[in-house]
Write a protein that binds this ligand. Structure first.
Ligand code: TYD
Ligand code: MG
Length: 471
């Protein structure tokens, strides 16, 4: 007998609901609920699976054998790091990102690196023709004999191909083009995407083959996005970056086998992607220091410090509605910093549009960039550049105090290594010596402003004669 139950799954947050509504009760997104049918299909299959598993008995934790097969490390350390040290056998890894960001390119590089070690890779594509994929591989220098291509959408055929001759790595490009005939719905529906991923997960665990799934993120939610898969898979990686720019960040969002804080940095060029082992150099290389509104901050991404450039533009406007636009920075953080600037330093931004962005298409989520952002706004507002070679490190509290941040030494080391000469850091943070780097402790936002712009500021540069009260 075929039993089926229907639930509704949010394509935005993956939350489940028993009945449909216009707004997701979990994440409050509108029009994101899609019908999801759970059907106990093919009773024979599940019975055979139950038999294979046998009755479960509790086992002493200490007696469980540790991970038998070693991780497979790839040629790119940027990739290994995000994966938590290489590819874990039997893992299911989701690689999400917007169309065109470079997911297929990245995975073809990974396939070539596995094939170069003498192992077989199965690349399943439901999106592009075999010729298109060959052309891409050729451009990337990834035309390895060990890569096998299967242009297929039917999950039964795909699973059979994987089990018949288990390769060292399977890539499914993309999960939204795969359909399981045992379930209703077209490719890309929540039911199909979730059930296909769950079946691939079982297969991966059963035969110990790692499977990478490509998942497109689309803004309009017309197909089920990677979000509905996040809790099924072992590892979730997102490839981010502005398509018009070079840099791509591969960010771990979840990792059952490693830290979920790591990032890998790549650059897209004529011959595909290249890893960028020293992203600070790449980001600073194009920094517009010495122009008003630019500040360099040392943000920590996972285990590594990154020197990034924050830019601000404060522009007075006649419009009654002012704009606050933040690229690469949480807009709520911007609102908070503006409020602190207004309250503690008597700036007035009520008649100005404010745009802030992080150069290179990077996203900075760390509060340690607060002080840098605040100084870049002050710098643009006053039309005075911050001094050359300055790095700004510190979190801002609501009273305008500069708070300490974790891993200060690492950040300072990175700044010194890249030839920066002065660092503003939170007061009381015990900083070691770093050659060539003068360290200045600041306790409040006002102190930071006065230390950064050490020559007296002209009051004419302020809006409506408001003065900065620097104590
Ligand atoms: P692709 O990997 O197809 O993106 P996705 O699978 O995420 O949709 O890459 C798409 C973009 O990358 C495409 O717009 C062109 C660019 N690209 C390069 O700039 N250089 C290259 O060598 C390749 C293969 C792609
Ligand atoms: Mg693709």
């Amino acid at each position: 007998m075929v039993k089926s139950t229907i639930t509704f799954v949010c394509t935005e947050c993956g939350g489940e609901n028993l009945r449909w509504s216009g707004q997701c009760p979990h994440c409050q997104a509108w029009n994101t609920l899609q019908e999801f049918q759970v059907r106990k299909a093919a009773a024979g299959k599940s019975a055979s699976q139950a038999k294979r598993a046998g009755p479960s008995k509790p086992v002493a934790l200490s007696e469980i054998a540790s991970e038998a097969a070693p991780r497979r490390t790839l040629a790119w350390d940027e990739l290994n790091r995000v994966l938590g040290g290489g590819i874990v056998p039997g893992s299911l890894v989701l690689v999400g990102g917007e169309p065109g960001v470079g997911k297929s390119t990245l995975l073809m590089h990974a396939a070539a690196q596995v094939a170069q070690l003498g192992d077989a890779v199965l690349y399943v594509s439901g999106e592009e023709s075999a010729q298109q994929i060959r052309m891409r591989a050729q451009r990337l220098g990834a035309l390895e004999a060990g890569i096998f291509l299967l242009a297929e959408n039917d999950l039964d055929v795909i699973c059979d191909a994987i089990s018949a001759e288990p390769p060292a790595l399977v890539i499914i490009d993309s999960i939204q083009t795969v359909t399981d005939a045992g379930f209703e719905g077209s490719a890309g529906s929540v039911t199909q995407v979730r059930e296909s991923a769950a079946r691939l997960m079982r297969l991966a665990k059963e035969i110990g083959v790692p499977i990478f799934l490509v998942g497109h993120v689309t803004k309009d939610g017309s197909i089920a996005g990677p979000r509905v898969l996040e809790h099924i898979v072992d590892t979730v990686l997102y490839l981010e970056g502005d398509r018009r720019q070079e840099l791509r960040i591969l960010r771990a969002m979840k990792n059952r086998f490693g830290s979920a804080e790591e990032i890998g940095v790549f650059a897209m060029g004529e011959a595909g992607l290249e890893e960028v082992p020293d992203p600070s150099a790449a980001l600073l290389g194009s920094a517009a220091t010495s122009s008003p509104g630019t500040a360099i901050v040392a943000a920590l991404e996972g285990t590594r410090p990154l020197l990034v450039e924050i830019q601000s533009l404060v522009n007075s406007t006649e419009n009654s509605m002012v704009r606050r636009i933040a690229n690469g920075i949480d807009v709520n953080r911007l609102h908070m910093i503006l409020a602190v600037l207004e309250k503690r330093l008597t700036y007035k931004f009520g008649k100005s549009d404010i745009f802030v962005s992080v150069a290179g298409g990077i996203r900075v989520t760390e509060p340690a960039a607060d002080l840098g952002l605040a100084l870049s706004i002050v710098s643009n507002q006053n039309n005075r550049p911050l001094p050359d070679g300055l790095v700004v490190i510190g979190e801002l509290g609501l009273t305008g105090e500069v708070r300490r941040v974790g891993q200060l030494e690492r950040r300072l080391q990175e700044a010194a290594r890249h030839g920066l000469t002065r660092a503003l850091i939170p007061a009381g943070a015990k900083a070691g010596r770093h050659s060539g780097l003068e360290v200045i402790e600041v306790g409040t936002l006002a102190e930071a402003v006065s230390a950064a712009f050490s020559t007296p500021m002209r009051s004419g540069a302020f809006i409506a004669g408001t003065e900065v009260s620097v104590s």
